[in-house]
Design a protein around this ligand. Sequence first.
Ligand code: SF4
Length: 234
Amino acid sequence: MSEIRFTIDGRPCVARAGQTIVEAAKANGVWIPVLCHYEGLKPVGSCRICTVRVAGRYMAACTQPVTEGMAVENTAPDLEDMRKSLIEMLFVEGNHFCPSCEKSGNCELQALAYRYRMMVPRFPYLWPGRALDARAPRLMLERNRCIQCLRCVRGIRAKDGRKVFAAVERGPRVTIEIDQRLAAGLSDAEARRAMDICPVGAILRKETGFAVPIGKRKYDGAPIGSDVEKGAGR
Ligand code: SF4
């Protein structure tokens, strides 16, 4: 299969046909931040954290395939500031109290906030009042932390293929619901996968907490994206 040649911030890169900008960047040791994207799931380009610029046009790097000669801008100051503002919007749009969250240290949103040096969001907090759903035997859904990335909707299915999570309503009212009957049939491993697939602490596995102490978690040792930049991949 012939290679596609392109650049990211002027750095020569190669891609395989069909690779998206995010996938090809990772293969070349270049990190592009993502949140709604999850390896193995169909990308939807909804969170826009991965926005890059090509020939003056803004595009979601997780859905856009690489083409020959493409010159991708990834770390221009205005792009980085736009990403930081999106992270800030996600923080003010929900209720994220990191010190009391079981996902702290493993949370992608928190890790992005650290990497982008977010101090005080530039937007007013909305303090939504969202209901917590703890009815499923192995899972808890804490909607106050949900960033509506739909990774759970796309990635968690029952044994017969039916979706365990669903998004209802649209726009700012979008809410994640659990099919309680399907959720009741999830095994321990499937419940763990649901917790892992959620980038924040909105889906938590019941009955286990702080098994890995704060300070020894995924993003406690190194910033998010540093594994890609070292060429190790995620
Ligand atoms: S519950 Fe988690 S995985 Fe599902 S949409 Fe909300 S943030 Fe995304």
